[in-house]
Design a protein around this ligand. Sequence first.
Ligand code: SAM
Length: 281
Amino acid sequence: MATGVSKSELNRRLFSKGFEPSRALGQNFLVDANIARKIAVEASSGQRVRAIEIGPGAGSLTMFLAELFERVLAIEADRRLAIELRALLVERDIDNVEVVHDDVMRFNFLDAGVDLLPTVAVGNLPYNIASQIILRLLEQAWYIESLVVMVQAEMADRLLSAAGNRNASAFGVHVGLLATTKAVLTVPPSVFVPSPKVGSKVVRLDRVRDPLSIVDPKLYTTLLWLIRTTFGHRRQMLRHVLTSEQSAVVKSMGIEVTRRPESLLMDEWIAMARRLEEAGL
Ligand code: SAM
C-alpha cells in the first residue's frame, strides 16, 4: 500500500539540502497522508486510466495516484522538485509515473491528448494561479473529464457558487459553462509545510461542455464578454451596463433589465449571448 511523504521525509529530501520553498510557485507541501489518499480516491472514483497531476511538488499526492491509476503524468515547474520526485519514484519502485519539468501554463495539452486516454486532472494547485490553471485545463484539454483540485477556501466558494446564486462571480459562471462543481473536503493550514495563512478546500469539477461544442467560438467569446462586463459592475442592473440597443434585445427575450448579474441562470446567459450575437451587438 502506498505511503505519503511525511514531514521528516520532506526534511531529509529537501530542506536539509538547502531547499527553500518558493512563494512565487505557491509551494506548500501536503504532509498528511490521509488527506492525500482521500484526494486520490476521489479523483479515481470515475475511471482509473490516467491522471495528470499539476504541481506534484515532493510527491505526497503522486504516490497515491500511482497506486490508483494506470498512468500518471506529473507536470512540475520547479526543476529541482522534478528531479527529486523522479529519484523518489525510483527508490519506491514506482514505474507508471512520468514527471515532466514544465510550466502548466505553457504545457502542450493538445499533444498530451492525442492518445485519447480518458483523463482526470488532479492537484494541490499553486494558489496564485489556480484560477488560470483551472480555466486552461477546461478550455484546452478537452479530454480531461474531471478535475479534483485543492484551492484556497475563498476560491473554492466562488467555484461552488453556481449561476443564479447571490455569491455568483464571473469566474464561477465561466467555469459553470464548462463544468459542474462539488465540494469534497475542507483542509486546515496545519497539514502543509510551510503552512499557508488561509484554509483550503478540495473541489471536484465534472465537465459538462467542451467550449468548442458551445456552438461556435464567436458565441463563446460573446458569452465571456457578457459575463465579465456585467460582473465588472456586479451591483448594477443590466440596463446600466448594457447599451440601450443591447438592453432592448435582452428585454425582448423576457429578461428584466433591472436584474443584476448574480441572479442570471446559466441558460439565460447562453440565450442572451446568442441573441446579442445574432443581433450583431
Ligand atoms: N502537490 C504537492 C503537495 O500537495 O504537497 C505540492 C503542492 S504546492 C501547493 C504547488 C506545486 O505546484 C509546487 O510544487 C510548485 O512548484 C508547482 N507549481 C507552481 N507553479 C507551477 C506551474 N506554473 N506549472 C507547474 N507546476 C507549478
